[in-house]
Each structure stands twice: as C-alpha cells, then as structure tokens.
Design a binder for this molecule. Structure first.
Ligand code: C5P
Length: 238
C-alpha cells in the first residue's frame, strides 16, 4: 500500500529539475510521472535516475500508433522497469492488445479516454458526436474489453466508470486542483483532492499545483494530508 495516492507529474524540461522536484516531494507522493516533455528532452536515463528515489515510475507517453509499432514501443518501455504506461484508448482494441502484449506482466497499461483539457463543446470539433461522458464510457468499455488494467479520465466521470468496473481497474485522474488557481490553466474538467478521493480515484495526477507552488514540498505534503484524510473518511477498508 503506497503512503500516498498522489502521482507527481514531473513536467519540467531537464533531468536536473526533475530530480530536484522529485527528491523534495518524494516523502509526500506515491508515484512519479514522467511525461513527454521530460522524456523527449532527456531520454530513458531519466527513468533510471529517478528510480533511485525508490518510488514507482509512471511513463506517460500516451502511445498511439499502428499495433506493431505500439507493441514494440511498449516492449522497450518494459525494459526500462517502469510500473505504468499510457496508451490512447481511441487507438482501438488491436492497438491496446498489442500494447499489453509488448508491455508484459510487470507494466500496467493504462488507457487514456478523453483528455481532461476537453469539454463537451470540444467533442464535435474532433469529429465526435457525443458528450464527454458518453465518449469516456465507450472508450472505457473498449479498454476493459482489450485487457487494459487501468483508465485515465476526469474525476467527474469516475463515479459512473468505477460503478461499471469496480476494483477491477486502476483509476488515474489528472486535472486535480488545490485551493490556489493554476495560471493559464488548460485543464477544463478539474476537481479538488477530496472530491477525487470520494469519487474513487486510485491515483491523483498532480503537476502544476505542486510544481509551481512557492514551496513544492509543502504543497505536496498539504495535498497528501487532504488525500489521506479523505481516504479515512470515504473509503471502507477493502
Ligand atoms: O499540471 P497538471 O496538474 O494539469 O498536470 C496534469 C498532468 O497529467 C500532465 O502531466 C498531463 O500531461 C497529464 N495528463 C492529463 N490528462 C490526461 C492524461 C495525462 O492532464 N488525460
């Protein structure tokens, strides 16, 4: 059982900055997320270096390509020794199955449904003729049927989704916000830490509210305290 349900998004441009942020916050978070900004800038060594902090690593590459390419990429991901990797559920069943096969038994393949930066109003602009919640449900079904072990969605959809799959899936929710607003925020489907825990999330992905705080470690500690209190309040032990 991790000490914290917070997954810290290391959205910084260099390994040095990532190490500094991760080391400062490590006592208050349960997982470290490496996204495309950091991975493209520093390459696989960023995984090796950050693993020395002893926390599981989530490689958020959001793979989306033909099945063969995704399978081979997922195999390379597994070779890095990470715990979790993302694929886009909209890549379809064959692509997700290929990702799972490539990732092997030690890497949890988590399917991204609808990005938390999108709203109902954005859906038709990308050719989807239904509201976010229906699209999330459709993609969640597809991901579950394809063998994905986890889902990424906004907390707003979680109640319905977790009602469908229960504890059979790992739920990962970005767009988590504290009391301070994030400047120029592009996340649209946001929610507070305690609301996300109440809705049933397993991992709260948090980036800017911690990264951009005056004192990131203090911000991580405060958000973790809220999360742990909410777990005690809303969750019955499994
Ligand atoms: O800074 P913020 O807390 O918004 O960071 C959210 C993180 O979660 C970013 O690293 C972003 O890439 C990631 N993410 C997301 N929405 C998804 C999947 C991942 O915001 N659907």
């Amino acid at each position: 059982m991790p000490t914290s349900p917070i997954c810290l998004a290391l959205d910084v441009p260099s390994l040095a900055a990532a190490k500094e942020l991760a080391a400062a916050c490590a006592p208050h978070v349960g997982m470290l997320k490496i996204g495309i900004e950091l991975f493209v800038a520093e390459g696989p060594r960023v995984v090796t270096e950050l693993k020395t902090l002893g926390l599981p690593i989530f490689l958020d590459l959001k793979l989306f390509d033909i099945p063969t390419t995704v399978q081979r990429a997922a195999k390379s991901v597994a070779g890095l020794g990470v715990s979790m990797v993302t694929v886009h559920a909209s890549g379809g069943r064959e692509m997700m199955e290929a990702a799972i096969e490539g990732a092997g038994p030690d890497v949890t393949v988590v399917a991204v449904t609808v990005l938390t930066s999108m709203t109902d109003g954005d859906m038709h602009r990308v050719g989807i003729d239904r509201p976010v919640i229906q699209q999330v449900r459709k993609l969640a079904d597809l991901a579950k049927g394809s063998g994905a072990k986890g889902l990424v969605c906004a907390t707003a959809e979680l109640q319905q989704i977790s009602g469908l799959f229960g504890h059979a899936m790992v739920y990962v929710t970005p767009g988590i916000r504290g009391d301070e607003p994030v400047s120029d925020d592009d996340q649209k489907r946001t929610m507070k830490v305690d609301e996300a825990i109440k809705a049933g999330t397993d991992w709260l992905v948090i980036g800017r509210p911690i990264r951009d705080a005056k004192n990131p470690a203090a911000s991580a500690a405060a958000m973790n305290a809220v999360a742990l209190a909410a777990i005690a309040k809303y969750r019955t032990p499994k």
